[in-house]
Design a protein around this ligand. Structure first.
Ligand SMILES: Nc1ncnc2c1ncn2[C@@H]1O[C@H](COP(=O)(O)OP(=O)(O)O)[C@@H](O)[C@H]1O
Ligand SMILES: [Mg+2]
Length: 196
């Protein structure tokens, strides 16, 4: 479902160029679970951002389900990010003013799902990550591990076919990190989707 060909991402820094990605060729099939490993600065986030349609390559092609992403409009890309891709960030990226429940439900707001259905599904998603009793807390009232589990609930709420996690446990101590990755694996197993 994912194919990248001769992918480059170049940042221009003043008058010199920095190649964060250089000639990346990769194929990931439906249902595959892939870990991208490498030292800090090796281009992992850059690659995930391109695969997640948050960034475009400087050169090369990216096919998602056989479709060349470069040819899609901003609107079509936004729809793909909403319906087909779940993204879990190292620094959570929750909305501070919203409760855990509202954060988990946010993609459904953009998808036009009715409020009652949103509440029901977000509550079930929070329950699935062990946060039923924190539904009305804001992110500032949650621990790092709890925040990441809200982010997992949000990333999986639309049942995306592709779940991307960029060092999701990088900001957590080992116990909450283990709990978050268990949640992640469970969501993936339940959905039977690809992840990386
Ligand atoms: N917006 C940016 N502008 C310039 N250079 C960047 C930018 N983002 C990342 N880089 C550089 O690209 C390289 C890859 O970064 P990144 O993908 O974040 O690596 P990783 O996630 O593996 O730590 C690094 O050298 C980083 O400094
Ligand atoms: Mg990174």
């Amino acid at each position: 479902m994912i194919r990248v060909e001769d992918l480059w991402r170049t940042y221009r820094m003043g008058d010199h160029e920095l190649h964060a990605l250089r000639e990346v060729d990769e194929e990931i099939a439906d249902g595959e679970h892939v870990a991208i490993m490498g030292p800090s600065g090796s281009g992992k986030s850059t690659l995930l951002n391109v695969i997640g349609c948050l960034d475009s390559p400087s050169r090369g092609r990216y096919f998602l389900d056989g479709v060349d992403v470069a040819g899609l409009s901003d609107e079509a890309l936004a729809d793909i990010r909403l319906r087909r891709i779940g993204f879990i960030f190292q620094s959570f990226h929750l909305i501070p003013r919203l409760s855990a429940l509202e954060n988990a439900a946010l993609p459904m707001v953009f998808a036009g799902i009715a409020p009652a259905e949103r509440r029901k599904r977000a509550a079930a998603a929070l329950d699935a990550v062990g946060l039923a009793d924190r539904a009305h807390h804001r992110p500032s009232e949650l621990s790092g591990g709890q925040k990441q589990r809200v982010a997992i609930a949000r990333a999986t709420i639309m049942s995306p076919r592709l779940l991307l996690a960029d060092e999701p446990t990088g900001n957590l101590d080992s116990a909450p990190a283990l709990r978050s990755s268990t949640c992640c694996r469970r969501s993936i197993a339940k959905a039977g989707r690809s992840s990386s």
